[in-house]
Design a binder for this molecule. Structure first.
Ligand SMILES: CC(C)(COP(=O)(O)OP(=O)(O)OC[C@H]1O[C@@H](n2cnc3c(N)ncnc32)[C@H](O)[C@@H]1OP(=O)(O)O)[C@@H](O)C(=O)NCCC(=O)NCCS
Length: 196
């Protein structure tokens, strides 16, 4: 049936991001490794008020979608994934994600959540292209993005300076046609070409 797999995988689901999730989310802001993997801004924990204002602005936005990532059988937030700065006229969006709870990393959950948000982007929002940036030292994230089909399109050379060294910030992109071709190989249930 159409939509029966939308936002719901074998182990994780993409959900709304609720006020009460800010408690868990605020704890991740204390994790400087998490901050340095996600952001080029100074690794500085944002206050609860800043996080509340951020969440409110997310809700008002007409060109971004923020999801909470949760296990199917547990309401606790384990991560977040966002499509942002959507250009509706061009069909493009930026993607950012994290499994914030380190205990849940490396178990295939991020890959599953990524596939779910890409299905949402290409088959529900009908976008054409998703792009992201990732720091060159984030080998795990690079592996996961390439694994689902993102292609490296370029590098912002020596964009970051951390711990006395400079690092590139890499640009990755994925086109709808590439996602459809990849999902067709896997006989994906949301691929429209499999509607019969
Ligand atoms: C990057 C992130 C979202 C990936 O989610 P995850 O659930 O931890 O990743 P998965 O368990 O799905 O990844 C499994 C794959 O990564 C590979 N992998 C695991 N650790 C790795 C490492 N250090 N380097 C390279 N590959 C690695 C596994 O071998 C596996 O590969 P396979 O699918 O080809 O078998 C998550 O680790 C995370 O949130 N990290 C911190 C924040 C972050 O970096 N966000 C991305 C910013 S661009």
């Amino acid at each position: 049936m159409v939509g029966n797999r939308l936002l719901r995988g074998d182990r994780v689901r993409l959900t709304s991001f609720e006020d009460q999730d800010l408690e868990v989310f605020a704890a991740w802001q204390e994790d400087t490794l998490y901050l340095r993997l996600l952001d080029a801004d100074p690794a500085f924990p944002r206050s609860r008020i800043q996080l509340t204002e951020w969440l409110q602005s997310q809700r008002k936005s007409s060109n971004s979608y923020l999801f909470g990532i949760r296990m199917l059988d547990n309401p606790r937030l384990i991560g977040h994934v966002e499509l942002s700065s959507i250009l509706w006229n061009q069909g493009t969006a930026w993607l950012g994600m994290a499994i914030g709870d380190a205990a849940f990393r490396g178990k295939g959950l991020g890959t599953e959540a990524l596939r779910l948000v890409l299905d949402f982007a290409f088959f529900e929002l009908n976008l054409h292209r998703i792009q992201l940036t990732v720091f060159s030292y984030n080998e795990h994230a690079i592996h996961v993005y390439e694994r689902v089909g993102f292609r490296r399109e370029g590098a912002f050379r020596e964009f970051l300076r951390r711990d006395g060294r400079r690092y590139d910030m890499l640009l990755y992109g994925l086109l709808r046609s590439e996602w459809e071709a990849g999902t067709r190989e896997e006989e994906h249930p949301l691929d429209p070409s499999h509607s019969g």
